[in-house]
Design a protein around this ligand. Sequence first.
Ligand code: KG4
Ligand code: ZN
Length: 344
Amino acid sequence: MIILALETSCDETSAALLKTEDSRFKVLSNVISSQVKIHEKWGGVVPNLAKREHQKNLPLVLEEALFKVKNEKIDLLAVTVGPGLEPCLWVGINYAKELAAKMNLPLVPVNHIEGHILANFLGKKQKNIFPAVCLVVSGGHTQLIFMTGIGKYKLLGETRDDAAGECFDKIAKILNLGYPGGPIIAQKAEEWKAKGEDRKFNMTLPRPMMHTKDYDFSFSGLKTAVLYEFKKRDPKIRKSSQYIKEICFEAQQSIIDVLIKKTIKAAKDYSVKTIIMGGGVSANKELREQLEERSRKEGFNFLVPPLGLCTDNAVMVAIAAYFHRHQAKKTGWQDLAADANLRI
Ligand code: KG4
Ligand code: ZN
């Protein structure tokens, strides 16, 4: 079976073709057009600008994705229907409906969060994985989900304010580092660590909600703590690269400490076999390494997508569509609508 998937929920326009044979996947094409340059100067994604860019880019992205597989017959279409920015979601949905009509193909609606989780199942046997706890960390979401099988999820907890990725982005904005903040902060933190620097600036940032009994998170206080720490410094220090690297390291480690603590707690409380991570922030090298190490030490398997499938992409949408392929007929694609707040 060959699945053509579209993803336009935020600021990445993506189309992918995935071939499946006996539950084995082969990515035939995965084209992603990022709008980072456009949103950079606003310090975040501007929904209507993003919509316009999706409209412009989607036909080109699709053409490129299809170019690589000229002689293959497509069997199934898939599109992200939520959660995400509503105007952006509609671009992908309307385009997918047009394709479904033109090509006379079934269309599967995909939940973006489930896509991030199922990005882990490219080439993975599903044996001995469940039950699992999933940590979804993206620009819009930070959730802990108990998973007993594909399609079987129970939300355990989530952020009460900012998402982990949003926290990276807002901290980078405070420090005048650009957008998106995650990769830039990770880079600065890495440079600080690689140099084996001593702590010079005597800063301690909070680990919000780290010891609470629930599975919720809160990251807005950390962002505010960074703002106060930064504002109290002499302008000369604020501009020093040593200071910026140290605060990046400390802020990143605060986020990682909280994520790991709550994830391990959920994994133990629910006696799971596996810890699964997904979403843009799971591209963070330190988080990947530290969560993997803790997971293994505590006796859990650990899954994280390959780097290229952590941030938004249409391959994950195609994988999710494969597992839910039977929903295509039931749903009736004419009724598909965007749901900006779709829950798992
Ligand atoms: O999943 P994603 O691509 O889009 C949403 O669904 O939101 O996640 C984007 C988020 C951004 O906040 C970005 O700063 C963060 O993922 N991110 C990272 C890294 N790469 C992307 N955060 C930390 N470290 C990274 N290496
Ligand atoms: Zn995402």
